[in-house]
Ligand binder design. Sequence first.
Ligand code: 8YV
Length: 320
Amino acid sequence: MPLPRLLLSRHYPEAVIARARRDYQVVLPEHDASANGDALIEQLQGVDGALISASNRFTATIFARLPAEVKIIASYSVGYEHVDLDAAKAKGVVITNSPDVLNDATADTALLLLLAASRRARECLQMVLNGDWVGWSPTHLLGKQPTGKRLGIIGMGRIGRAMAERCRALGMDIHYHNRSRLAADLEGDATYHATADELFRVADFLSIHCEMTPATTKLVNARTIALMPDAPVIVNTARGGIVDDEALLAALKSGRVAAAGLDVFDGEPKLHPGYLKAPTAFLLPHIGSATLDTRNAMGFRALDNLDAYFAGREPGDRLA
Ligand code: 8YV
C-alpha cells in the first residue's frame, strides 16, 4: 500500500516533519506562509489529508471547492473557529484538533500576561530602554497586587483550570463561569457563577479561556467592563474577537481598566493601532503555546489523529 499523501500547510518543528515523512508522502510548501483561498485550494490538490494551522481558514467556500481525495483535516491547534464544522460534515471530511498538550504552555502565558500587566512591565521596560530611569522612588510605577484578589476565569476547561492552579499559588481567590458547573473534584475551592455577568461583577482580575463562538464574540465590551470592580486587569490568551477593542482601549485610556495583557487580537497579525499607544496594554504576538516541547506535542497529537484515521480507527480528537 502506498503511504497516504499528507499536506503540511506550515513548516512545523523538525521532529513533527520527520515523523510525518516517516509515515506519509509529505507535501511541504517551499516557504512557510499561511495559504488561504485559491492558494489553499492549490496546496490541497493531490493529497489525502492535511495538517493545518489556525492561520488556514477552512470556510464553507473552501469545503465546496475541496478536492474529493481530501478526507481528513487535522488542525495543529486546540481552537477550531477557523474550520466550518457544518460544511465539513456536509462534505464528509473528518476534522480533528490538538487539545490538552498545550494546557501548561498557554496557562503559563496567561500567568505571564497577568503579572506583566499588573506590574506595568511595558512601561518599566520602555523606561529602562529609553534611558529615562532616574532612580528609585517610593511611588514609582506602582502596580496591582494579585494576593487575596478575585480572579474571574471565563471558560473553565483544561487551560482555564491550569490557570486557576497557577493563580491559587499567588494567593488569589478563584471564580469562574462556564457553560456548565464543574464536578466537585475539578472545581475545588473555585466559586461558580451561572452567568458571565455575575462573574464580571466580582472579577478584580479576568482571564479569558473560552472558545470563540457567536455567544462569546465581543463578550468583553463596554457594558460588561462597566459591571467589573474598579480598575481590573484583563488577560486574553483565547481569541482576540472575544474582546471589543474599542471598548477596552477606551477603558484603558480612562483608567476604568487598570491594565490588559493580550496574546491574541481580532484580525491578527494586524491589531487595533490603539494598542500601540496604550502604555498599560502588555502585548504578545500569539505565543500562547510557543515552546518547542508543546509545539512538538501538538504536532504529534495531530499526527496521532491522522494515523488513526488512515488505519481505519476513530481519531481521538474528532470534531466532525
Ligand atoms: C496555536 C492556538 O499556536 O491552539 C490554538 O488554538 O491558538 C495556538 O496554540 C495556533 O493556533 C497554531 O495553529
